[in-house]
Design a protein around this ligand. Structure first.
Ligand code: UD1
Length: 427
């Protein structure tokens, strides 16, 4: 068991390098299964969800070679259908991409239901709807998804999603890349990671166009081939460090980013009075003492990302007056509020809106990472609170942040990872 111990109250200064995007890396790595050849993937973040994906592919018969710190050669030539190990698959939300990849390549799939953060009800009906439209028969029981295309190969179709879903858009795109004919996906998600997966598939010989808009066209091909591909930078990791600079009143140069992907975050931070300078592939964020209150609603891209809501809430806690944060994607995104309250925050939640009464200083406390982004939010509050904060259940955070402790320490934070049993604190 490990936890973070933070001594807050220090402004952060310096450069932070952002890693590859977790939510792009997971589908790109798992869609190497539909390719059935050797791919070299660069800019892979070292996070536990990604390690899990690589492990799953190995267990399915694939070959993984680590070329350097962030580059992997993944050969899925020998992967066998329906061999994804349930114990690993159930630990991660993104494992549903195995279904799309297996259906596209083998015409059948049998995979454990995905795990991931508890953000409320997370149905997969739109994934199922997409696979069925492509001619698969899909059964979902309490533990598994079983899908099979009776006619051997998937047949292209027009699919109109009822809700904008990142996972369903990517999954159907992966499956359709090898379906017979032209698939049109409407009401598609437009997130940068959707575009990244389309670009990866196209580098392997797929014919996907329109990714990044709400209509994606996939002209199925009978065969894909391996390629070399670099994952885009992680916009949520970048946004998290932007908030770290702002809440500690420091100045960070956040490098290896695509500023365009950060526009919704930059716009809201600027509205609060924070200074943000955009360069070609970095953003410089300078904290300010007096922050304006704001109202914010999380929405599908290009709206403000739900995965930045908890971190933004920490910033809103420091602003003057009442800020409102509405969650537009998930039903249960506010579990971190209880933890922030332990740290002195004054937040009330009604339905899917948090009323944040700013201006109460954060106090050090013992808190939990209740999910991935919730976890990093309490770390941010801990960086502000004068004194010692301990954060437990950090495995949630390490699912999605590459070397959080090392990166924060390098810019002046006093944060350490310690084992519980061996740890005795010396004050
Ligand atoms: C992905 C991200 C997650 C992010 C979320 C929204 C990964 C591994 N996770 O999750 O970090 O918070 O996008 O940007 O990439 N929905 C349905 N039926 C479905 C699928 C989704 O009703 O079949 C609903 C969900 O309950 C939710 C909304 O659609 O209310 C959006 O979910 P979705 O975009 O699919 O999120 P994930 O792909 O699970």
């Amino acid at each position: 068991m490990e936890k973070y111990v933070i001594r807050g109250g220090k402004p952060l200064f310096g450069d932070i390098e952002v890693s590859g995007a977790k939510n792009a890396a997971l589908p790109v790595i798992l869609s190497t299964i539909v390719v059935g050849d050797k791919c070299v993937i660069e800019n892979v973040p070292d996070v536990s969800d990604v390690r899990l994906c690589l492990n799953i592919i190995e267990k399915m018969g694939g070959k993984i070679d680590k070329i350097d710190k962030t580059t992997y050669a993944i050969d899925t030539t020998s992967v066998k259908a329906e061999t994804a190990p349930y114990e690993l698959v159930k630990k991660m939300r993104g494992s549903y991409y195995i279904v799309g990849a297996e259906l596209g390549r083998f015409g059948k799939s049998y995979v454990g239901l995905p795990g991931g953060c508890d953000l409320g009800v997370r149905p997969i009906d739109q994934h199922v709807k997409g696979f069925e439209a492509l001619g698969a028969t899909v059964n979902v029981d309490g533990k598994h998804i079983e899908a099979e295309c009776k006619k051997g190969a998937l047949k292209a179709n027009n699919i109109y999603f009822d809700v904008v879903s990142v996972g369903a858009t990517i999954n159907v795109m992966i499956a359709a890349s090898r379906a017979q004919g032209v698939t049109i996906i409407e009401n598609a998600a437009r997130e940068p990671h959707v575009v990244d997966v389309a670009n990866f598939l196209n580098s392997c010989g797929a014919k996907v166009s329109g990714a990044g808009t709400d209509t994606i066209k996939v002209n199925g091909v009978s065969k894909l081939r391996g390629c070399s591909y670099a994952i885009i930078p992680d916009m949520i990791e970048a946004g998290t460090y932007m908030i770290a600079a702002a809440v500690t009143g420091g100045k960070l140069n956040i490098k290896n980013v695509i500023p365009k992907h950060l526009e919704s975050i930059s716009a809201k931070m600027e509205e609060m009075g924070i200074e943000i300078e955009e360069l070609d592939d970095s953003v410089i964020v300078t904290g300010k003492a007096d922050l304006e209150r704001i109202n914010l609603k999380t929405l599908p891209y290009p709206g403000f990302p739900t995965d930045m809501g908890p971190q933004m809430c920490v910033l809103m806690c420091l602003a003057h007056g009442l800020s409102l944060l509405s969650e537009g994607i998930f039903t249960n995104r506010f579990r971190y509020v209880e933890e922030l309250r332990r740290m002195g925050a004054n937040i009330k939640v009604h339905d899917r809106t948090a009323r944040i009464e700013g201006g109460h200083p954060f106090l050090p406390a013992n808190v939990r990472a209740v999910d991935l982004r919730a976890g990093v939010a309490v770390v941010l509050a801990g960086l502000v609170a004068n004194g010692r904060t301990e954060v437990e259940d950090i495995y949630h955070i390490e699912r999605g942040y590459d070397d959080l402790v090392g990166k924060l320490r390098a810019v002046g934070a006093d944060i350490r990872k310690v084992d519980y049993p061996d740890y005795t604190f010396q004050s």
